[in-house]
Design a binder for this molecule. Structure first.
Ligand code: CAA
Length: 388
């Protein structure tokens, strides 16, 4: 049985920060951010948005009522959960209007959990072909004001429907997971910002990518020429370039140049949004499908990475007619319609979210154009609303 991604969509906040303005405010050459880091804009998550509202929006954009009725499992993969106990997938299930006969769970392992959710979804479908699994990879990346990681913040959600006989791509074997116990990025209980050893984290990422890819080649005898493109977890777009260049070295063959060009295509959407942790690889996949030189039958290699650290390299195969099952127009229009906030406004929004998870609050939802919003917190219960 062929199993894979049947539909894919993306949603983020309606606010963004121009990173040239952030560079000026921080006294940094803008080219450090634009070229050195490879980011142009960063999603600023409005107080009325979180992983639940963005995840529900991403799913609502791609699912018909008939498809919703067939969903058997919802998995939300996230680093930025909203409760220590209750799964965010339960709130998503309610906002989407799914019926009660559905399994709802949350997966965690930093930025990697989206891939764990995809592989678990594949397992569920292979055990029972009637399973249709909604995988949501949603996060808000926060490092803190005036930190080196500040320019690599962002947020958003990617929703994917995993089922038998998928229209977009099949998830192929072998997949190569890799785990090493390292402290490159973590977030102690109660902390709203990550602790990160930034340079070390980039080195661990590269080492684990090279080791996973080498093992994949040992298992398959596949060469670079077997892939049309490689797509990467992109905490910032330069990270994908670092990893690809570590693999290619001084190779300027036709396939090496092709992989470089496809990487550029896969970075486009991420440059505008920033890091969305679990969703970053899959936003990059959308960007590749929309902007890359790909066709049905092509094999793509995906590298997922989550600090702590866990990675996975796995191949996928594009299906005939995949371009009809997927559209980036809505995503691009939503990004183009975002409202720019000043550095001062961004700082004020950022500070207002410190500790917001525990205090009761009523939020102004009038300014938020998104369909799903967080209206406030009462008695430590999150209150979500659907706007028409
Ligand atoms: N023009 C062009 N480039 C410039 C420049 C200029 N004027 N000034 C500086 N640069 C370049 C530097 O040469 C450097 O390039 P290389 O990395 O290719 O050497 C780049 O800009 C970054 O500059 P610094 O070396 O000074 O690095 P920094 O102190 O600004 O920190 C960072 C960069 C470590 C990535 C930091 O932003 C960070 O800690 N980010 C968060 C951690 C992260 O994203 N890690 C990624 C791996 S972990 C992961 O993937 C999981 C996850 O999502 C968190």
């Amino acid at each position: 049985m062929q199993i894979g991604i049947d539909k894919i969509g993306f949603s983020t906040s309606s606010l963004y920060l121009d990173l040239v303005e952030l560079a000026e405010a921080r006294g940094v050459d803008p080219n450090k951010y634009l070229i050195g880091i490879g980011q142009a804009k960063q999603a600023v998550i409005a107080p009325t948005q979180d992983i639940v509202t963005m995840g529900a929006s991403a799913a609502a954009q791609i699912l018909t009522e008939t498809e919703k009725a067939k969903i058997t499992t919802v998995i939300v993969a996230t680093e930025s959960g909203i409760d220590n106990s209750k799964a965010s997938a339960i709130y998503v299930k309610t906002l989407l209007g799914l019926d009660d006969f559905v399994r709802t769970i949350e997966f965690k392992e930093a930025c990697y959990a989206g891939t764990a959710a995809i592989q678990a979804a594949k397992g569920l479908v292979s055990a029972n072909p009637d399973e249709q699994v909604l995988v949501i990879a949603a996060d808000i990346a926060r490092y803190g004001l005036n930190t080196p990681g500040e320019v690599t913040q962002g947020g958003g959600a990617v929703a994917m429907l995993v089922k038998a006989n998928p229209r977009i791509l099949t998830i192929e074997n072998p997949s190569v997971p890799i785990t090493r116990d390292v402290m490159d990025f973590w977030r102690p209980l109660g902390a709203t910002e990550a602790i990160v050893d930034g340079k070390y984290s980039t080195n661990v990422y590269i080492e684990m990518f090279l080791d996973a890819f080498k093992r994949y080649q040992q298992l398959t005898n596949d060469q670079l020429t077997d892939f049309t493109a490689l797509a990467f977890h992109l905490p910032f777009t330069k990270m994908g370039k670092k990893a690809l260049e570590a693999l290619l070295g001084e190779d300027h063959s036709a396939i090496a140049e092709q992989l470089r060009a496809q990487l550029t295509a896969s970075q486009q959407l991420n440059r505008e949004v920033g890091n969305l942790y679990t969703g970053s690889l899959y936003l990059s996949l959308i960007s590749l499908l929309a902007n890359g030189n790909v066709k049905a039958g092509d094999k793509l290699g995906l590298f997922s990475y989550g600090s702590g650290a866990e990675g996975e390299f796995y191949p996928v195969k594009l299906q005939p007619g995949f371009e009809n099952a997927f559209s980036s127009q809505q995503i691009e229009a939503n990004l183009a319609n975002r409202t720019k906030v000043s550095v001062t406004e961004y700082e004020s929004i950022f500070n207002s979210q410190l500790g917001m998870n525990t205090a009761d609050i009523s939020l102004n939802i009038d300014a938020d154009p998104n369909q799903f919003v967080l209206a406030g917190i009462q008695d430590q219960k999150r209150i979500y609303q659907i706007q028409s």
